[in-house]
Design a binder for this molecule. Structure first.
Ligand code: ADP
Length: 498
């Protein structure tokens, strides 16, 4: 087993990995930027090293500095978390050359799956159904128009190197093609330093279903069932659950077999996720494979009782998978909400500053994976994810009730958060009965949060304001915390209009 693991990430996922290391008796080493000097992960790790200025390019994405540090401090492995270097084949190759174990797949698997067009080709060869479209980059507007005509509009132009919901454009008719083609290419070049784009059929109203897989270095593979991540904003997930209320046993058998075939096709080892779109008839199509731990991994941990991070570390150290497929079954239902510092009533503008009150929910079946605590700063430099609130219960219905209860208990002061917005989604009657697809948020909420039931909303504001008012009375102990905002009740209330 490893003696020391360097964690090349920050926020909640760095904290998650530090906790796994501590339980395994492995030393954890953190890196931190200027902005993260006092962050939770910096304080929790056994050792912490300043890596550079706040912008990610100067710190969490400084490959040379990170590898040099790993060697200097005698780290025998690196856990990348998600984002940053987690899917960067060059970084993994550099570690392989320096005999530092990467806690994840090989650089070869990552580069095979890193290009969406290459991945689509590989899946096609291995009989994994893909979304209809091209497996090569489109060379010209003329070619693109011809192919789109064949596939049939609407189509989606996608960046081959895309990720994070960026670099995608829906085209409904041929006269939109040329300008969309140029714009998508420009965006792809800017965001991914690669302007290859390809065409997929635009699947109408699908659900996003993904399968957690795991492989070891000895050719053993298992799946840990599916997650549903259809509640998305701008193609980014905000609520995830396991299992999916839409997937029946037969569909589950088919989609998990396809996911294992995808993993085998690229000789995959460690944790990975195979993403699919599923139409209303339960036909499913490969979207992409994420060659890392997913943000939403805790819902799978809840329903399977497997610690995915500890298993990642064990498999990276060369051990066999610690469980077989027949050991796994789905127990209950889990839902995750991503808690963001952002303003739903102001186009989801990120909200920055210090957290000046922090009371996370707890109680039966509630897990909060947070990267922050009282006094922590949310800055402009990174994603404004504060934490992930995950609730488990024996049925979906009671997991929903538990999530509503937990969201209501969650108090984060000093910043605007999306907590009330999440509550409205979870309480929505269509969410409750499982009647939704990837367009749910757009259809139900985005044409204006104005559609909301004003009275209920105001009651909610009043209720939470009352909690803040009572905290106000006992807040003298917080007086020394850095505050950007003053703390009059008015301002607390302003924050409640989230
Ligand atoms: P990224 O790598 O940027 O996350 P994905 O290919 O995984 O991109 O797609 C992200 C989301 O975009 C999907 O979950 C879905 O909501 C939407 N999407 C992607 N491809 C299609 C498609 N062909 N038809 C309809 N929606 C799509």
């Amino acid at each position: 087993m490893f003696r020391k693991i360097l964690i090349t990430n920050r926020g909640e996922i760095a904290v998650r990995v530090i906790r796994a290391c501590r339980e395994l008796g492995i030393k954890s080493a953190a890196i931190y930027s200027d902005a993260d000097k006092t962050s939770l992960h910096t304080r929790l790790a056994d050792e912490s090293y300043h890596i550079g200025n706040s912008p990610a390019q100067d710190s969490y994405l400084n490959k040379e500095k990170i590898i040099k540090l790993a060697i200097e401090i005698g780290a025998d492995a690196i856990h990348p978390g998600y984002g940053f270097f987690s899917e960067n084949a060059d970084f993994i190759k550099a570690l392989e050359n320096n005999k530092i174990t990467f806690i994840g797949p090989s650089s070869k698997s990552v580069s095979l799956m890193g290009s969406k067009t290459e991945a689509r080709k590989l899946m096609e060869r291995n009989n994994v159904p893909i979304v209809p479209g091209t497996t090569e980059a489109i060379k010209s507007v003329k070619d693109g128009l011809k192919i789109s005509e064949e596939i049939g509009y609407p189509v989606l132009l996608k960046a081959a190197a895309g990720g994070g919901g960026k670099g995608m454009r829906k085209i409904s008719s041929s006269n939109e093609f040329e300008s969309a083609f140029e714009a998508t290419k420009r965006e792809a070049l800017k965001s991914f330093a690669n302007d290859d784009i390809y065409i997929e059929k635009y699947v109408e109203n699908p659900r996003h279903i993904e399968v957690q897989i795991f492989g070891d270095k000895h050719g053993n593979y298992v799946h840990l069932f599916e997650r549903e991540c259809s509640i998305q904003r701008r193609h980014q997930k905000i609520i995830e659950e396991a299992p999916s209320s839409f997937v029946d046993d037969l569909t589950r058998r088919k989609i998990t077999s396809a996911a294992i075939a995808a993993a085998k096709a690229c000789n995959y080892f460690n944790a990975g996720t195979v993403e699919f779109l599923m139409d209303s008839k339960k036909n499913f199509y490969f979207l992409e494979m994420n060659t890392r731990l997913q943000v939403e991994h805790p819902v799978t941990e809840f329903i399977t009782s497997i610690d995915l991070v500890k298993e990642q570390i064990s498999v990276a150290a060369g051990n066999n998978l610690s469980f077989k497929q027949s050991d796994l079954m789905i127990n209950g239902h889990a839902i995750e909400c991503r808690i963001y510092a952002e303003d739903p009533l102001n186009n989801f503008l990120p909200s920055t500053g210090p957290i000046i009150h922090y009371i996370p929910p707890s109680g039966p079946g509630v897990r909060v994976d947070s990267g922050f605590d009282l006094g922590s700063q949310i800055t402009v430099h990174y994603d404004p994810l504060i934490s992930k609130l995950v609730c488990w219960s024996d049925t979906r219905e009671s997991a929903i009730n538990r999530m509503l209860r937990a969201l209501s208990e969650y108090v984060i002061g000093g910043l605007i958060t999306n907590i009330s917005f999440l509550k409205m989604i979870i309480a929505h009657p269509f969410f409750r009965i499982g009647e939704f697809n990837i367009n749910f948020l757009n259809n139900e909420f985005m044409s204006g949060l104005k559609k909301l039931d004003d009275i209920k909303y105001i009651q909610e504001i009043e209720r939470v304001s009352a909690i803040f008012a009572s905290i106000q009375k006992s807040k003298s102990s917080f007086n020394n915390l850095p505050t950007k905002k003053t703390d009059s009740l008015n301002q607390w209330q302003e924050q409640m209009y989230e």
